[in-house]
Design a binder for this molecule. Structure first.
Ligand code: G6P
Length: 579
């Protein structure tokens, strides 16, 4: 994973780089570092998060520089392994996002030639390889080294004797920001928003030569033009806006992210693709996998389309027979497993659609068509408003297949989502923050909603949580039920209400406390459960959305009660660009 940023222009580079890295911390936050070109290369690296106004870092001089925030793959997260990495003489500095798969062999070869390595990283080989080729022409040196690298990379390289950055990408994202007398480079567009709305999404195989106010892009040794695109996000969206955490802000932005995604609609090409599909396969990971499962339940039961949902990580090695439309669902558009699955679907000549929040991301380049979610920048590591926008996009697809049957429900859903934000769930939070295990159960589309509730709970509060199909709990997990094991049950009106109520009674009979999410006005459920949380009695699709918000809030407030680092939970990263 990791995030990289580069700047060359008229400003002091260090504050620009540090500010940019802070925006990219969601990609990894175990250590960071920057390097600038002063009279020579100056470097500052540290283990841990990026502090505000760190004098050591801000003090670096120079108007050209590169920076990196790390999610460790090769070597533990300490200062030595933090990027930038340098050559033997300290004349070349490199930051890298990706994995150099043949680094061990390259390292051995370089050591035999007398190079001294300081870190355990794969990246350091790049700096030493460039050192071997560098004779004052940084672009030529980088070009000579790239063919030796196997794996994935987005790299930014500087040399101590020139005000330029050479950038290259292959299978890792890299975006240029074009200012008036300045050029930026970053893993995604969030660090650029403060300075420019004009961006260029580099393609795999591109090499860019960046100088203050000038850039040239090459592909296969030839100069190429890449279109300048305008970003549709604004800088203010990346601020906390008075909320204690990004996650809470983003939970509160969900009425908007749902509404905007529905309002944006679906273009003719995507519409045709969806209408022509006699079968749909969705590939996704993490939270996106859960939205895909929700879609499966709804699409199969409401419009009779056969839907298969595959985890990106399994798909590549155990590819199912494929027919019909393949949809990759990915907030970031950069998840390695989802990308690999999408490429395989392409190779099998399936029509492909990407549903993503990231304009210009890798999935948009691979898929035949893209459906852009309108969640805006999501900074908290735990996905919330992007989950909501994914559901909006998927429900819109459902609506198209059902000839607009859900128009009314979808156009008013944001109001109900807004209503549940105000619910008092303190009793449930008090219960969950005192225990070690919580089960989440539901049936039909509420089963993946329960899985997502459990994922949110474990990733940000570190309370162990499992999401189960309510009927399965008695086939094993019942053995774990005690008065200290609360079960969160989603039980709304419909064909499974009765059987859910029976399941809840069975759970109660094992003395486990039950927190039920049901609809306002239900008089039976509050009688049999310990805590009842009422969501509005609306259309099934809307109940899926509102129940999800309740579980997000439960996880969030439980994590806060336990003093967890909500926006940056341990060991995680928002965008997982390694397999
Ligand atoms: C990571 C994040 C999850 C996310 C998953 C898939 O694991 O921590 O929140 O759901 O990646 O990400 P994507 O960008 O493909 O939706």
């Amino acid at each position: 994973m990791c995030g990289i940023v580069g700047y060359t222009g008229r400003r002091d580079a260090a504050p620009v780089l540090l500010g940019g890295l802070k925006r990219l911390e969601y990609r990894g936050y175990d250590s960071f570092g920057i390097a600038t070109v002063g009279s020579a290369i100056e470097v500052y690296k540290k283990a841990g998060r990026i502090p505000d106004g760190d004098p050591g870092a801000v003090g670096l001089v120079g108007c050209t520089g590169i920076g990196h925030t790390r999610w460790a793959t090769h070597g533990e997260p300490n200062e030595i392994n933090a990027h930038p990495h340098m050559d033997c003489e300290g004349k070349i500095a490199v930051v890298h996002n990706g994995v150099i798969e043949n680094y061990a062999e390259l390292k051995r070869h370089l050591q035999e030639r007398g190079h001294t390595f300081r870190s355990e990283t794969d990246t350091e080989v790049i700096a030493h390889l460039i050192e071997e080729k560098y004779d004052g022409d940084l672009l030529a040196a980088v070009n000579a080294v790239l063919p030796l690298l196997q794996g994935s990379y987005a790299i930014l390289v500087i040399a101590g004797d020139t005000q330029r950055i050479v950038a290259a990408r292959d299978a890792s994202p890299l975006v240029l920001g074009i200012g008036d007398d300045e050029v930026f480079a970053a893993s995604d567009m969030t660090p650029l928003l403060e300075y420019t709305e004009r961006v260029i999404f580099l393609e795999d195989g591109d090499v860019a030569d960046l100088m203050p106010g000038r850039y040239t892009i090459y592909h296969g040794g030839l100069e190429v033009e890449r279109p300048i695109e305008l970003i549709n996000w604004c800088f203010e969206d990346t601020r906390k806006g008075g909320f204690p955490h990004y996650m809470l802000k983003e939970i509160y932005e969900q009425p908007q992210s749902f509404y905007e995604t529905i309002r944006a609609g679906i273009d003719e090409h995507v519409r045709r693709m969806v209408m022509e599909a006699d079968e749909i396969t969705l590939v996704a990971c993490g939270t996106s996998y859960h939205t895909a499962l929700v879609f499966k339940y709804l699409a199969e039961s409401l419009c009779g389309i056969p839907v298969r949902v595959e985890m990106g990580s399994e798909f590549k090695y155990f590819t199912p027979p494929l027919r019909g439309l393949v949809i990759a669902v990915s907030q970031s558009g950069e998840t390695a497993d989802t990308i690999a699955a999408l490429k395989m679907a392409k190779a099998r000549n399936c029509p492909t659609l990407a549903i993503t929040n990231m304009q210009g991301s890798t999935v948009t380049r691979i898929a035949d068509e893209t459906l852009l979610m309108r969640a805006g920048p999501e900074i908290g590591v735990a996905a919330t408003k992007s989950y909501m926008a994914q559901l909006a996009a998927l429900m819109e697809i459902l609506n198209i297949r059902c000839d607009g049957e859900f128009d009314d429900a979808l156009s008013h859903a944001h109001l109900a989502i807004g209503d549940v934000l105000l619910l008092d769930i303190q009793d449930a939070v008090d219960l969950c923050s005192k225990v070690e295990h919580v089960f989440f159960v539901g049936r039909g589309p509420f089963y993946p909603v329960a899985m997502e509730g459990a994922l949110k709970m474990k990733e940000i509060s570190y309370v162990h949580a499992e999401g189960y199909a309510a009927g399965e709990l008695k086939h094993g997990p019942f053995a774990l039920l005690t008065p200290e094991t609360p079960v969160v049950a989603i039980c709304t009106p419909g064909p499974t209400y009765g059987v859910m109520a029976s399941n809840i009674k069975e759970i109660k009979a094992r003395r486990a406390p039950v927190i039920a999410v049901g609809v306002a006005g239900d008089i039976e459920l509050p009688e049999i459960v310990d805590i009842f949380i009422p969501i509005p009695n609306t259309h099934l699709l809307v109940q899926v959305l509102t129940a999800s918000v309740v579980l997000q809030l439960l996880a969030y407030h439980t994590a806060c009660a336990l003093n967890r680092d909500v926006d940056k939970p341990r060991n995680l990263a928002k965008s997982v660009t390694v397999e």
